[in-house]
Write a protein that binds this ligand. Structure first.
Ligand SMILES: CC(=O)SCCNC(=O)CCNC(=O)[C@H](O)C(C)(C)COP(=O)(O)OP(=O)(O)OC[C@H]1O[C@@H](n2cnc3c(N)ncnc32)[C@H](O)[C@@H]1OP(=O)(O)O
Ligand SMILES: O=C([O-])CC(=O)C(=O)O
Length: 377
């Protein structure tokens, strides 16, 4: 038996997948074979969700039926809403979301049905309900009344409507939609792998998603989109950005929004999200944030040769769309629910319990001292 240790499972291939392909050598990402940039340029998020789940882009009839199915499930039960309302106002919205997904599982009589059809139905229900939950929580924290979902609106428009009571110009909705498409799926990242580990025990999909939310919350993963915006607000002035970055690197601090486990040359999704962020800055007079982004990017490249990841442009783009910073990672969840649930279904189709080995480095075997000896004062 090999005793080689693969710290962080870096470079280890754990299983096959047909959902997405991250190719570090060419900085490319495909969903079911389609380049993500092309999907972001011409598809809606609903079409991409359908693609991730069913393997093909929908035709008009399939899309109509998918939209009817998911839009009609946007409402959330009173019991889940009342549990959310009882959470402390200062808990992070990711804690709220983790709790809310647990509630969705607890109230689903088919929770333990792990057939592909049942899990697909649950995935679509979560896709439909998560934006309602995130928007409700955002408004309740400000003492605002909840705004009911509108079935006449698409996924992104409806989310803006439920948060702010209005749908912004279509260019803004499109930038948000692009972020949803880019965040949807990324092979065996930490949160998806977490979901697959939980699924591999034959637990239920809500448990897998709850665990995945916990994994995504961390600042080395999805939580970085919030950390990026805190960092940019702290820097405040683009003219101070290069020196700020030099200080961080000298202090050996991690700079959020930079680096990636798989892409070492550049994150395939960044140019598309950077364009969306730039559009947001032009629409809102937020050019200062683009200037700061470019200073930080250039300085990091010249000092360490490290490129930005998707969280770097996504954070300030969400800020310019008007979302509060603690909503950024929950918004990521609203998208990644598609990838996570596709992986849950894929894992179950060819399941093997995920249980690696460890190399023990603790005490060698010894005898438990007699109680009289160990408890003697
Ligand atoms: C959607 C997503 O989840 S994308 C990732 C979002 N996360 C972040 O933005 C957090 C900041 N980034 C990081 O912490 C890392 O780049 C990770 C965790 C994403 C990937 O890390 P790993 O593949 O494990 O690389 P690792 O952390 O070993 O870094 C390798 C080297 O690059 C440096 N490095 C990597 N990322 C950064 C960073 N963001 N800031 C400063 N240095 C960095 C490390 O310090 C290390 O340097 P050393 O060899 O001199 O010690
Ligand atoms: O792939 C990863 O390790 C992290 C990431 O970019 C993602 O989950 O989108």
């Amino acid at each position: 038996m090999s005793t080689d240790i693969h710290k962080g499972l870096a470079g280890v291939v754990v299983d096959n997948t047909t959902i997405s392909n991250v190719v570090a050598e060419t900085n490319s990402l495909t969903y079911r074979g389609y380049p993500v940039q092309e999907l972001a340029a011409s598809c809606t998020f609903e079409e991409v969700a359908y693609l991730i789940w069913f393997g093909e882009l929908p035709d008009a009839a399939q899309l109509r039926s998918f939209n009817e199915r998911t839009r009609s499930q946007r409402e959330v039960s009173r019991s889940t809403i009342s549990i959310i309302d009882r959470l402390p106002d200062n808990c992070h919205p990711m804690d709220m979301l983790r709790t809310a997904v647990s509630c969705l599982g607890a109230e689903d009589p088919a929770e333990d049905d792990n057939s592909p059809q049942a899990n697909q139905a649950k995935a679509e229900a979560m896709f439909a309900k998560l934006p309602t939950i995130v928007a409700h929580d955002y408004r309740r924290r400000q003492g605002l009344d909840r705004i009911a979902p509108d079935t006449s609106l698409g996924f992104s428009e409806n989310f803006f409507h439920m948060c702010f009571g209005e749908v912004p110009p279509k260019e803004v909705v499109r930038c948000f939609e692009i972020s949803m498409i880019l965040y949807a799926e990324h092979s065996f990242n930490a949160s998806t792998f977490t979901a697959r580990v939980v699924t591999s025990t034959l637990s239920d999909i809500y448990s897998s998603v709850t665990a995945a939310i916990g994994a995504l919350k961390g600042p080395l993963h999805g939580g970085a989109n919030e950390a990026v915006m805190h960092m940019m607000l702290e820097i405040d002035d683009p003219a101070k950005a290069a020196q700020w970055l030099r200080d961080q690197v000298a202090a050996k601090n991690k700079v959020m929004g930079f680096g990636h486990r798989v892409y070492k040359d550049a994150d395939s999704r960044v140019p598309t999200m950077k364009d969306a962020f730039t559009t947001m800055a032009e629409l809102t007079g937020g050019e200062k944030w683009v200037a700061m982004y470019e200073e930080l990017e250039a300085e990091m490249l010249s000092l360490k040769g490290i490129h930005p990841n998707l969280d770097f442009p996504a954070g300030p783009a969400y800020y310019l769309m008007g979302f509060s910073i603690p909503m950024f990672t929950p918004i990521f969840v609203m998208s990644r629910i598609t990838g996570w649930s596709a992986h849950v279904i894929e894992q179950l189709a060819a399941n093997a319990l995920i249980r690696p080995l460890s190399a023990y480095t603790g005490e060698s075997q010894r005898e438990v001292p007699a109680a009289t000896a160990r408890l003697a004062s």
